[in-house]
Ligand binder design. Structure first.
Ligand code: OXD
Ligand code: MN
Length: 584
């Protein structure tokens, strides 16, 4: 393979800075992957799991202080502070480089530097983009082979072009004091040091495919979103595609792989992607989405044969588990797997598990598995053109206020619903869990520029679309006074998707309310469910006091963007407030 000179030059520069003992260019082959695995099993980075029941599966235990994304150590580095807005940490590129290059200096001494070329997006797609990650972690290189199209395929796509996104990563000393995830969108560069955790270290995922790509997408007129992509098949066999944004660890993988409880009636879900959507407007003015990834980096706890049997069938081979517990027969185990913790269980830190010490698996423990193994993978998941999107769905955990489902009046109102979305925090990032924060479009930790400009970009895209997708808001997570979920969720969410599908195709009963179009209480098909009386009325009603409270939070949030906030969003805000105040 002819070496790309711009790439070679950057690799040489990084090598002079980090001073590795060896440099290995990854070709992406299976032999190479197996070699990485052997090395890691040899040095204890990986533990071989039961090869009879989990062929080619391994367990990695990370440093206990390195188990989730660290939003407080994640920076967007641009010339002007205002360009990153109030939702990102900012540092001037010069200061960032000075501070962090000291940490990179010699950080790979005694280690191997892996050069990992990778392609985000299907082979042959005009929408795919090349990244190259330099890392001193074989675990990262192996995960990148699962999560992306890695190695020669990416170099071939690149050819002699300089158009690749470089990302330099080193484990450093894994100390949170010397951990920085730095993005330089103006030069399309990532520097990450001090963490081996997925979202901080697999630079193709959050750093490139969301933070840098969102910045590039605004410049180039497309969208990079924290969204799953599914195809919903109806009884006639027609498939309608939808993209849905949920914050981290809020069930995106489960929804993407849903086994419909209405399969007998002919409703079935096909998986295109579970985390990221790159969406472009085609020549006919239709929005199309590709999944830039090639694997799933899913949350293990809660994944079981009843909640997500498709994931269970996807992750029983060729999978790397991180921070799950291990049974005495060397099988992975986690809370919510559907089996009792066996005697002799080893916890995620490698000690004998005692229930009094808390969870056996870390709440943010993960599996990394190839998407092609997914039994419900769509036959169009690698379509170079992507799939046409007819509906966009916002979802988040809200135990109160937000109804089961509602439809926006139009695109602008839908952008308002997304931009003002509140969400309860989860274990996917360090910090308190269960606190409500604004998480616009589920992109709060992932938007690489000022979110005021991001909302403008959403409005602009809407204007360019011939037939914009309809926009919906869902909430599977409403709880009753005893703290129990009202809605069964999982495979029964198909009942909500069925209403969305009907709306997309011009049917489905809806009432116009102050907050949006809501299904009437009898409109969602609940046949066969045992719900407490009054559940559907509760889930399809408008909580005036709750929404008015929320309006105050939205006001503060919108206010933080100053004049970068598009006036259309304030118009929507004021109109909603008036509609709510007029309610009895
Ligand atoms: C993820 C996340 O890993 O959102 O997908 O944190
Ligand atoms: Mn995610």
């Amino acid at each position: 393979m002819v070496r790309n000179s711009a790439l070679q030059q950057w690799v040489d520069e990084c090598s002079r800075l980090t001073k590795p003992d060896r440099v290995h260019w990854c070709d992406g082959s299976e032999e190479e992957y197996n070699k990485f695995i052997q090395i890691m099993v040899g040095d204890g980075t990986l533990i071989e799991l039961n090869q009879k029941t989990y062929p080619n599966c391994y367990l990695h235990r990370s440093h206990p202080s390195d188990v989730a994304r660290t939003e407080n150590l994640t920076f967007i580095c641009t010339e002007k502070k205002d360009d990153v807005g109030p939702t990102n940490n900012w540092m001037h590129p010069k200061e960032a480089k000075e501070r962090v290059s000291k940490l990179f200096d010699g950080s790979m001494k005694g280690r191997t530097m892996y050069v990992v070329p990778y392609l985000m997006g299907p082979v042959g797609s005009p929408y795919s983009k090349v990244g190259v990650e330099i890392t001193d972690s074989a675990y990262v290189a192996a995960n990148m082979r699962i999560m992306t199209r890695m190695g020669n395929v990416a170099l071939e796509h690149l050819g002699s072009s300089e158009n690749f996104v470089p990302g330099l990563h080193s484990l450093g000393d894994l100390s949170p004091e010397r951990r920085f995830i730095m993005h330089f969108p103006e030069e399309k560069l990532v520097w990450s040091i001090g963490s081996g955790y997925g979202g901080n270290a697999l630079l193709g995922k959050k750093c490139f495919a969301l933070r840098l790509a969102s910045y590039m997408a605004r410049q180039e007129g497309w969208m990079a979103e924290h969204m799953l992509i599914i195809g919903l098949e109806d009884p006639s066999g027609k498939v309608t595609y939808m993209a849905a944004a949920f914050p981290s660890a809020s069930g995106k993988t489960n929804l993407a792989m849903m086994v419909s409880t209405m399969a007998e009636q002919g409703y079935k879900v096909w998986t295109v992607g579970d985390d990221i959507a790159w969406m472009h407007i085609d020549e006919e003015g239709q929005l199309h989405a590709i999944n830039p990834e090639a694997g799933f980096f899913g949350v293990a706890p809660g994944t079981s044969n009843s909640t997500n049997p498709i994931a269970i069938d996807t992750i029983n081979r060729n999978t790397i588990f991180t921070n799950v517990a291990m049974t005495p027969s060397k099988e992975p185990w986690w809370e919510g797997m559907g089996t009792e913790p066996p005697h002799g269980l080893i916890d995620w830190q490698g000690g004998k598990w005692e229930s009094a010490r808390g969870n056996a698996a870390h709440p943010n423990s993960r599996f990394t598995a190839p998407a092609k193994q997914c039994p419900t993978i769509s036959k169009h998941w690698e379509d170079p053109k992507g799939v046409p999107i007819s509906a966009i769905i916002w979802g988040s955990r809200r135990s109160t206020v937000v109804p089961l489902v509602m439809q926006a009046f139009n695109w602008q109102h839908g952008v308002f619903l997304g931009s003002s979305m509140g969400a309860e925090t989860t274990a996917a990032a360090t910090g308190a869990v269960g606190v409500v924060r604004r998480d616009p479009m589920a992109m709060l930790p992932f938007c690489g520029y000022n979110m005021g400009d991001y909302f403008c970009h959403w409005l602009d895209i809407g204007k360019k679309l011939k037939k914009p997708p309809l926009i919906f808001r869902v909430n599977w997570f409403r709880k009753d006074k005893e703290g129990k979920f009202y809605w069964p969720g999982y495979g029964d969410n198909i009942r909500v998707l069925k209403w969305i599908l009907a709306r997309v195709h011009g049917g489905g009963k809806a009432q116009e309310t102050a907050i949006g179009y809501l299904p009437t209480a009898d409109e969602i098909d609940v046949e066969g469910l045992t719900l407490k009386p009054g559940t559907m009325e509760e889930l399809t009603s408008v909580d005036k006091a709750g929404w008015l409270n929320t309006m105050n939070e939205i006001h503060t949030f919108y206010g933080s963007f100053g004049n970068r906030m598009p006036s259309e969003m304030w118009d929507e805000y004021n109109q909603l407030k008036q509609r709510l105040e007029r309610l009895p």
